[in-house]
Design a protein around this ligand. Structure first.
Ligand code: FE2
Length: 206
C-alpha cells in the first residue's frame, strides 16, 4: 500500500463557538461605536486602536476563553504548554465592497481572529503560501490542473459563525477578499509566550 506523508504541516486551529452569543453582542455594541481609523488600502475597512484590558471587561472575558485555545495551539508549535498572553487586540469593521490586503503580523507568534458577525462566503479569510524568495519560478497552472495540498498556494478558511475563533502562526500570509455581504466585524489579536528555551539558550517576551 502506497503512503503519502504531508511533511512539516502548518497548524491552523479552528475553535467554533468559543465566545458566547451574549459576549459577541456585547463586543459588537461596545466597539462599533468607538472611533476607528481607515485602513491604508481600503476606505471600506476601518480598525479601532489597539485595545487593552482597561478598554472593557468584555475583552478580559474574551481573553479568558481564547487563551486556553492559544495554549493548545502553542503546544503544537513548540511542543510544550507554555504560558501565553494576548498582547494586543483590535476590531476590524469591513463594509460591503471593502477588503483586507495580504499581510502577516510582526512581533508575534500566534495570531487569531474572532468572528463577530456573519461572514459572506466570498469574504472568508484566505491564507496564502509564502511567495518565496527571488528565484525563477516553475508552475503548472491551467484548467486541467487539480488542486492538492502540495501544489495549492491559497486556502479559504471554513465558513465561520459569530463566536468562532481561528488561530494561526503569525508569519502566515492572509487576506480578506472583497466583501459581497453585509458589514463584517471581526476582532483580531496577537499572542506571545512568556519565553522560549533551547537547551539553556532562552529568550523572554512581554
Ligand atoms: Fe491579519
Amino acid at each position: 500500500m502506497d503512503e503519502v506523508f504531508g511533511l512539516f504541516p502548518t497548524p491552523f486551529l479552528r475553535a467554533p463557538g468559543t465566545l458566547s452569543a451574549s459576549l459577541v453582542q456585547g463586543l459588537v455594541r461596545h466597539f462599533t461605536v468607538m472611533p476607528r481609523d481607515l485602513n491604508k488600502a481600503s476606505d471600506q475597512l476601518s480598525h479601532t486602536a489597539l485595545l487593552g484590558p482597561d478598554d472593557s471587561p468584555l475583552l478580559v472575558e474574551a481573553a479568558t476563553v481564547i487563551t486556553p485555545k492559544i495554549v493548545d495551539m502553542g503546544a503544537l508549535m513548540f511542543g510544550e504548554r507554555l504560558e501565553w498572553s494576548i498582547k494586543e487586540m483590535w476590531v476590524n469593521v469591513l463594509e460591503p465592497g471593502g477588503q483586507q490586503a495580504m499581510h502577516n503580523h510582526a512581533n508575534s507568534f500566534i495570531s487569531g481572529v474572532v468572528y463577530l458577525t456573519d461572514t459572506h462566503e466570498a469574504s472568508q479569510t484566505v491564507f496564502l503560501r509564502s511567495a518565496g524568495g527571488s528565484d525563477f519560478v516553475f508552475k503548472n497552472e491551467h484548467a486541467n490542473v487539480t488542486s492538492t495540498p502540495f501544489n495549492g498556494d491559497r486556502w479559504i478558511s471554513p465558513k465561520p459563525a459569530p463566536g468562532d475563533v481561528v488561530l494561526f502562526p503569525s508569519y502566515l500570509l492572509h487576506a480578506v477578499p472583497p466583501n459581497q455581504g453585509e458589514r463584517r466585524i471581526t476582532m483580531a489579536f496577537n499572542a506571545i509566550p512568556s519565553g522560549l528555551d533551547s537547551w539553556g539558550y532562552s529568550v523572554k517576551f512581554g
